[in-house]
Design a protein around this ligand. Structure first.
Ligand SMILES: Nc1ncnc2c1ncn2[C@@H]1O[C@H](COP(=O)(O)OP(=O)(O)OP(=O)(O)O)[C@@H](O)[C@H]1O
Ligand SMILES: [Mg+2]
Length: 488
């Protein structure tokens, strides 16, 4: 085993010699001796000893206490003081330099040995503690979750991620009340509010974080009890769950649409059978009447209404699971251009395309995808009654460029249809894909509110998705994503 290197700082040569011999006897190696503070600082910096034995009273410009403080700052070398006095003022001064021990002269061999071993043990343990503290500090400071220590609702510690979530610099967070960052109107269970202290073990719950600008973020809190200044405090791990919430909402919406789809499809199917009988019999009866007869006019209205009802049931069937796509690999460029041109012909709305030639082929049911593009374009047109511009863009989307959670890591093509119309309010945004949700009044008729439900249903059957970005009075962008064909 390597010997422990000890450096002696002692201005009396005889004492230094005696100390050196004793250390030698005890199995230590003396790496050097200095008699003044400046020499000691210079030599220890060169030799890096494991420990320094330091006489407090030294001749020259610095005493042992000042010298020890320099040496400790230099490389964290542990220092044991040797002193003939145990004077209170001296000891108080010495304590500031965090010494690893004192030996009162005259010392005996045993005392010297145990003081050195205790100092070395303390130094090793302190180093381990420092390392471990640094490791955990880094973990907490770099964590992607907020970490907060709360004592009696006061923030004692907050990591950078929590400052970021609160939109507030760390200095301002410390000492402020934690509860002001939690939305009071959120539907907490009473025990979940901020009454953490009454709980033992880890608790997990969801709530809303409000930052300084009034921005809210859904969060999940994992709370555990820790001791802080002899009191029970709460250690909170705070996770931003915006993405998870969005995904949950999407799943609930999809499930809701699916069950409505089954119901609507079933009814539409039976209803269609009844309509066939109504339409068929109305046509037969009409053939038996002269066009100028009163009954002929009445029956014509029955026939007209039945045809409209038939169009409606067809829409419902497409929306429900009935309209399974018949997919073929194709280039979509022609379909887009034809459909948009038809949807906008004879209107005061102009349109432009940004469609690269190298768009990947897709595997689609042409009629159904044309229906999606048609419905979205008609909505865009209807959002600009005074006229305006619709921009249709397409692009290939590589897995690396995809929006998180939206697409499943395959290649997609994206069709984006942008209008400059009235936009969609935050409130309506939640409902636009719901069947029968419509804000349109066309004379005596309302919109059926089936357009976007049908788009959603068709996109789902194609393994794609549809998203919307819109703000009231700021226009809308509808994006559809269709998986690129794996075979051509
Ligand atoms: N581009 C758009 N700009 C503004 N609002 C839109 C746009 N697209 C859809 N909406 C809103 O979404 C609602 C639902 O659209 P959807 O296409 O499902 O039904 P609709 O257009 O009202 O009726 P239908 O399509 O059956 O004629 C609309 O009533 C409208 O409020
Ligand atoms: Mg519509």
């Amino acid at each position: 085993m390597e010997k422990v290197n000890i450096f002696i700082v002692e201005d009396e040569a005889i004492v230094a010699k005696d100390l050196s011999n004793t250390l030698d006897d005890l199995g230590y190696s003396v790496s050097g001796v200095a008699s003044t503070g400046p020499d000691a600082i210079r030599e220890t910096s060169k030799l890096s000893p494991d420990l320094v034995l330091m006489d407090i009273v030294l001749k020259g410009p610095m005493d042992g206490i000042e010298t020890a403080s320099h040496i400790f700052k230099q490389k964290g070398t542990p220092v044991i003081f040797l002193t003939a006095y145990s004077d209170d003022t001296i000891l108080r001064r010495a304590r500031i330099t965090e010494p690893y021990g004192y030996i009162v002269k005259p010392y005996n061999k045993k005392e010297l040995h145990s003081a050195i071993e205790i100092a070395r043990y303390k130094h090793t343990m302190e180093n381990r503690l420092k390392e471990s503290e640094e490791k955990y500090r880094n973990l907490v400071e770099l964590a992607n979750d907020g970490v907060v220590l709360v004592l009696n609702d006061i923030i004692e510690y907050a990591n950078p991620r929590f400052s970021q979530l609160c939109g507030c610099p760390n200095e301002r967070l410390l000492g402020s009340r934690f509860s002001i960052y939690i939305n009071p109107s959120y539907n907490h269970k009473p025990e979940n509010r901020y009454g953490f202290q009454n709980w033992n073990g880890i608790r997990t719950y969801e709530t809303i974080l409000c930052n300084h600008n009034g921005h809210t973020t859904p969060i999940e809190i994992n709370a555990g009890n820790v001791t802080c200044r002899n009191q029970q405090a709460d250690l909170l791990i705070i996770r931003d769950i915006t993405d998870r919430k969005r995904l949950e909402e999407q799943i609930v919406k999809t499930e809701k649409l699916e069950s409505i789809g089954i119901l609507a499809g079933g009814i539409a199917h039976d209803f269609n059978n009844l309509l066939t009988a109504i339409l068929g019999n109305a046509s037969l009866a009409l053939e038996k009447l002269q066009p100028d007869e009163n009954l002929h006019k009445l029956l014509s209205k029955v026939q007209e209404a039945s045809i409209k009802a038939n169009v409606l049931t067809q829409k419902l069937i497409t929306f429900s699971n009935g309209g399974n796509p018949i997919k073929k690999t194709t280039s979509i460029i022609e379909i887009i251009k034809e459909t948009v041109d038809i949807a906008l012909s004879g209107t005061n709305v102009s349109h432009e395309y940004s469609i690269p030639e190298d768009l990947w082929p897709v595997e689609i049911d042409k009629k159904q995808i044309a229906q999606v593009i048609y419905n979205i374009t008609v909505n865009a047109k209807e959002s600009m009654p005074e006229g305006g511009l619709i921009t249709v863009r397409t692009q290939n989307v590589l897995p690396a460029e995809q929006e998180k959670d939206l697409l499943n890591g395959s290649k997609y093509i994206n069709i984006s249809i942008q209008d400059q119309g009235m936009g969609i309010s935050k409130e309506n945004m939640k409902n636009i894909f719901d069947p029968y949700f419509s804000t349109k009044q066309r004379g005596a008729y309302k919109g059926t509110g089936l357009g976007l439900s049908i788009c959603h249903s068709i996109m789902k059957k194609h393994g794609g998705t549809i998203t919307v970005e819109s703000e009231k009075d700021k226009g809308s962008i509808f994006n559809i994503y269709i998986p690129a064909a794996t075979r051509s």
